[in-house]
Design a protein around this ligand. Structure first.
Ligand SMILES: [Zn+2]
Length: 319
C-alpha cells in the first residue's frame, strides 16, 4: 500500500471511470407529513405518501401510463398560434413557452392518448401542471377539442384528468375563449351519446373549473385535491368570513354534492373501467343485438296473440 493505490488511483478512477449510477434524489419528502420516503417506494405507490396517504402531483405522461393498458398511443395535436398577443411581463411569453416545451418535451399543457382502460377502449386527456401551471391557452383548448373529436370518431368514452391553475393570462382574451370552446367539445361527446368522465386532480381552479371541468357525466376527484374557482384567501377577504375547514377540498365537495366520487390513485384505473363498463354496452354486444334483430326479421311473424295480451287482461285493474 502506498500513496499511489490509496490516493492517486481512486482519484484517477473517479476522474475517468464510468459514472456510478446514484440517483440524485434517493429520498423524497412528503409535503404533507414531512416524512422521508424512499424514492423507489414512492414510485411503486404511484406517488401517494406511504405514511399519510397524501396524493402528490404527477405528470401527464405518468398519468397516462398508470391509467391506460400498455400499448396506448399519444395523439399528435394540431399546432395552436403561439403568443398571439406578443405578451411580455418580466419575460417574454414566447420564451416562457419555449422553456416549458423543452423541459416537458411536450407542445402544451395537455397530452391526449387513446388506448384501453382495463380492456375498455377510451380516449384520455391529461393535464401537465408543471407546464406553466397547466394553464389553458389556445393550445390546451385545441388539445381538448381534438380529444373530443377523436372520442366521437372512435366511438370511445372520453376521460379527462385536470390539473390547472385556470386560464393562461399571457394569452388574454384568447385564453378566455377556450372556456366556451371546451364546453362545445364536451357537447360533441355528449351528443354522440358517449360517456364523459372528469377526474379532478390537485389543483383544478379558475377558468378550467368554470368551464368543461364541471360538465362530466361522472365527476371524480383524487383525495385532498384543491378544486375551486377563486382562491380561498380572495373569497375570505371578499365575504369577510372565516371559511369552513377543508373548504375547496375534494372531500368537502363530495359532501356538498359537487362530486360523485373521491377515488384513491391506486383504485382509479379499476374505478374508471367499472364506470365505463356500466355506461357502455359491452363491445360486441351491440353487433350481437343487431344480428338477433336480423334473425328475428327473417323468422315468420309471431302469432297475433303473442304480440298483445288478451283484451280482458289489458282491462284488468292493476295491482
Ligand atoms: Zn405524508
Amino acid at each position: 500500500m502506498n500513496w499511489i493505490s490509496e490516493w492517486a488511483l481512486p482519484k484517477i478512477k473517479t476522474l475517468f471511470g464510468a459514472p456510478r449510477e446514484v440517483p440524485d434524489n434517493l429520498w423524497d419528502k412528503c409535503p404533507n407529513c414531512e416524512q422521508m420516503i424512499f424514492h423507489r417506494d414512492l414510485e411503486r405507490a404511484l406517488h401517494v405518501c406511504t405514511h399519510c396517504g397524501h396524493h402528490m402531483r404527477i405528470g401527464a405522461r405518468q398519468r397516462l401510463d398508470i391509467t391506460l393498458d400498455p400499448g396506448w398511443q399519444r395523439i399528435e395535436l394540431p399546432r395552436a398560434p403561439a403568443d398571439p398577443l406578443r405578451f411580455r411581463d418580466q419575460r417574454r411569453y414566447a420564451d416562457r413557452l419555449k422553456d416549458a416545451q423543452s423541459r416537458s418535451g411536450q407542445e402544451d399543457a395537455v397530452l391526449v392518448a387513446h388506448g384501453a382502460i382495463d380492456g375498455h377502449r377510451a380516449v384520455v386527456a391529461a393535464f401537465e401542471f408543471s407546464f406553466l401551471g397547466g394553464s389553458m391557452g389556445a393550445g390546451v383548448g385545441e388539445a381538448l377539442v381534438t380529444a373530443a373529436r377523436l372520442s366521437v370518431l372512435q366511438d370511445s368514452p372520453l376521460v379527462v384528468f385536470t390539473a390547472s391553475g385556470g386560464a393562461r393570462m399571457q394569452e388574454g382574451a384568447v385564453s378566455l375563449m377556450q372556456m366556451p370552446r371546451t364546453v362545445i367539445a364536451t357537447r360533441m361527446v355528449k351528443e354522440a351519446g358517449l360517456p364523459l368522465i372528469l377526474v379532478l386532480c390537485d389543483p383544478t381552479t379558475g377558468g378550467v373549473t368554470a368551464s368543461f371541468a364541471m360538465l362530466g357525466d361522472v365527476q371524480i376527484a383524487e383525495p385532498g385535491a384543491l378544486i375551486g374557482f377563486a382562491g380561498a384567501r380572495v373569497i375570505e377577504q371578499t365575504v369577510r368570513e372565516k371559511l369552513p375547514e377543508g373548504f375547496q377540498r375534494a372531500e368537502y365537495l363530495l359532501e356538498h354534492g359537487i362530486l360523485d366520487m373521491v377515488v384513491k390513485r391506486g383504485e382509479m384505473r379499476a374505478t374508471l373501467a367499472r364506470v365505463i363498463g356500466l355506461l357502455r354496452v359491452p363491445e360486441g354486444a351491440a353487433e350481437a343485438a343487431a344480428r338477433q334483430d336480423l334473425e328475428a326479421d327473417a323468422a315468420p311473424p309471431p302469432a297475433p296473440a303473442l304480440l298483445a295480451p288478451p283484451a280482458a287482461e289489458r282491462a284488468a285493474p292493476a295491482g
